[in-house]
Structures are given as structure tokens and as C-alpha cells.
Design a protein around this ligand. Structure first.
Ligand code: ADE
Length: 347
């Protein structure tokens, strides 16, 4: 799989600096008012009652701040956090170890919770509901069931694919929030805040250039900011203005809308190889030599969001907007996206 600058997933080695950019309180958090406002109330109520917060499920595309919110909850509650992920919990024993270490009110964060093994998930149900776990010791005639009482913790589950979550698991979360892509104004404010922390001289127009290429995703915005900072320090006068941002990001193959080579290749395959579609994702993955899940979970969501791609029962189709962006003329049957998306090109 190729490494992309515009992926919402973390890239190897970038975590330490990115962590320093994470807001630590809800007051510092920019955007997502539909999550922040109700979460603020739930946190305040829990603190007033001196009770742990209800279990929270966060869903939405990668890079929008699900992990950040889990850390904020822990800070706002004044508790500790244990962080793990669905794929890391291979056996019930892995889960037991973490659960039994939790103290009253601690946050237990499970990223990619949709990828939990079914046997591990079963163990989570009584832990979430009654704060107990049963553990079978030994086998055969000597088998004994040990029942552990756990402290009242708050589980925060994060998923990019809420549809893949089993109904019993979904139903055990008291608070469920959807995180959506950020608007250009919010991203502009986020990169200005980050530049301030990093001590980089980012101008208003530089921030705007970065924001409109960040695919609605703070993690991408912060990554682009660092690339622009490198460029400005090496090739420019150290100031991160619009020209430096434009030149730096062009060098990375990122166009004015934040699409990279893989996005454009995917659209080109649909428009040129498959005459605009419809084409199945299996065929696209094979033609592009990419994993199907990468296309579905990472590449397509933003193209769907900006109305460049239409997903129909027969397969994917390129829309009028995609043709226009690629500089070619649409086929007569290319879908026309709804009017609210038509302005995207003028972001
Ligand atoms: N850095 C990354 N995401 C952020 C957000 N939503 N608000 C402030 N800073 C951020």
C-alpha cells in the first residue's frame, strides 16, 4: 500500500508532535458543536453527581478527533486512561488484564471497536453493563468460574464503520455521537492554533490554503502545516504564506481541493477505463492495485462527501463535478450532484 499525505490515519512516527497539538479541554476544542455541546453537558452532570460518565460511542471518518475527545474526557473528569484497539485485543485474557487495572471513573478507550473479535466482545457486555467479568480458570473437571467485580469505568469506543458494529454492542453505549468533516473556517482556526503552538509564522492566507486542501480533517491539516513549514524554512523566507503553501503542497501532488494522486487515479479509472461507471469496487481495487478496504474506508468517503463520486447499487460512478475537476467533458449519463455541492469547487 502506498503512503499518502492526505490520509486521515496517523503516519508512522508522527504521533509525538501531533500529540502536542491536541486540545486538552473541550473549551480549546474547535468545531463539532453537535458533539461538543451535549458532551459538555454530560460531563458537567457526571461531575456534579460525582459519577463516572456513561459509555460513549464516537463514529466518523479517521482523523476527526475521536482519540482527542477520549483524552479530553479523561482530563475533564480528572481520571486516567487506558488506550487499546479492537485488533489488539485478540483473546478475552487481553481484555481482562486491562479491565481489572481500571480505577473508578477511568476512561477505557477502544479504537476501531468494530474490529473486536466476537469472543472478546462477549466479555465486554457484562463489563459494560454490570461492571463484572467472568473468567474460566482451568479446563475440564477442574474448570472454575471466577467472577471479578470491576470499578465503574467509562468505555469510549471509536469506529469509522458504525454499520459494522453489532446491535448488542451499539445498544450498550449511553451516549452516541457522530463526527463529521470540518468546515474550512474551523480548519483554518485549527491550523492557526497549531502554528502558534509550533512557533511557525503562518499567515491568514497561508492558513486558508492549507485549510481548503485538508479534506475536512484536522489530522491532515496539521500534517500539511508541517510540510509547508519545512518548505518555507528550506525554500522560502520561513513565513508560511499562501504562495509557500501552494508550492509545498503542489510538490506533494496535492491539488487545490486536497485530492492526491490516488484520488485522481481512482476518478480517472472510472471516467476513462470504465466510461464513467458504474463500476464495482473490486474492479477498481484490482485496476489501481490497492486494497478494497483502503478505497472504501479512506479514499471514497471524501470523494462522496464533495459529490465527485456516486455510489449506486450497480457500482461507483463519476459525477459531473469529477469530470470538471479532471478537465474532461462528462458523459451524457454522468450524475449531477445536488446544488449544495456544486459550490465545492469554489471553496
Ligand atoms: N487539533 C486537532 N483537532 C483539533 C480541534 N478539533 N480543535 C483544536 N485543535 C485541534
Amino acid at each position: 500500500m502506498r503512503e499518502r499525505v492526505v490520509t486521515g490515519d496517523p503516519l508512522p512516527g508522527e504521533e509525538p508532535e501531533m500529540n502536542s497539538l491536541r486540545p486538552r479541554s473541550l473549551a480549546e476544542y474547535i468545531g463539532q458543536p453537535e458533539v461538543v455541546r451535549p458532551l459538555h453537558i454530560a460531563l458537567k452532570a457526571a461531575r456534579q453527581r460525582e459519577e463516572p460518565l456513561d459509555h460513549v460511542l464516537l463514529h466518523g471518518p479517521p482523523g476527526l478527533g475521536k482519540t482527542t475527545l477520549a483524552h479530553i474526557v479523561r482530563h475533564e473528569m480528572g481520571k486516567d486512561i487506558q488506550v487499546t484497539s479492537g485488533p489488539a485485543l485478540k483473546r478475552p485474557g487481553d481484555l481482562m488484564g486491562l479491565l481489572t487495572n481500571l480505577k473508578e471513573g477511568d476512561v477505557f478507550f477502544i479504537d476501531e471497536i468494530h474490529r473486536l473479535d466476537a469472543a472478546v466482545e462477549e466479555y465486554l457486555y457484562p463489563a459494560m453493563e454490570d461492571f463484572t467479568v467472568d473468567f474460566v480458570l482451568d479446563r475440564g473437571a477442574n474448570a472454575r468460574m471466577l467472577n471479578f467485580r470491576l470499578k465503574h469505568f467509562t468505555l469510549i469506543g471509536a469506529t469509522t464503520m458504525t454499520g459494522l458494529l453489532s446491535a448488542p454492542l451499539r445498544g450498550r453505549f449511553g451516549l452516541t455521537y457522530h463526527m463529521d468533516y470540518y468546515g474550512p473556517e474551523e480548519l483554518r482556526a485549527i491550523v492557526l492554533r497549531s502554528a502558534n503552538i509550533l512557533g511557525a509564522k503562518l499567515t491568514e492566507d497561508g492558513a486558508q490554503e492549507i485549510a481548503r486542501r485538508a479534506r475536512g480533517t484536522p489530522r491532515i491539516a496539521n500534517r500539511l502545516l508541517r510540510r509547508v513549514r519545512d518548505y518555507a524554512e528550506v525554500e522560502g523566507d520561513g513565513t508560511l504564506h499562501a504562495q509557500a503553501a501552494d508550492a509545498a503542497l503542489k510538490l506533494e501532488g496535492i491539488d487545490a481541493l486536497g485530492l492526491d494522486r490516488l484520488d485522481r487515479e481512482l476518478l480517472r479509472v472510472i471516467t476513462d477505463t470504465y466510461q464513467g461507471g458504474p463500476v464495482g469496487v473490486e474492479a477498481l481495487a484490482a485496476t489501481l492495485n490497492e486494497e478494497q478496504t483502503t478505497l472504501v474506508e479512506v479514499v471514497e468517503p471524501y470523494l462522496l462527501k464533495i459529490g465527485f463520486l456516486a455510489r449506486t447499487p450497480a457500482g461507483r460512478r463519476a459525477t459531473h463535478l469529477a469530470y470538471r475537476h479532471l478537465g474532461s467533458s462528462p458523459t451524457p449519463t454522468a450524475p449531477v450532484p445536488p446544488p449544495h455541492l456544486q459550490g465545492q469547487l469554489a471553496l
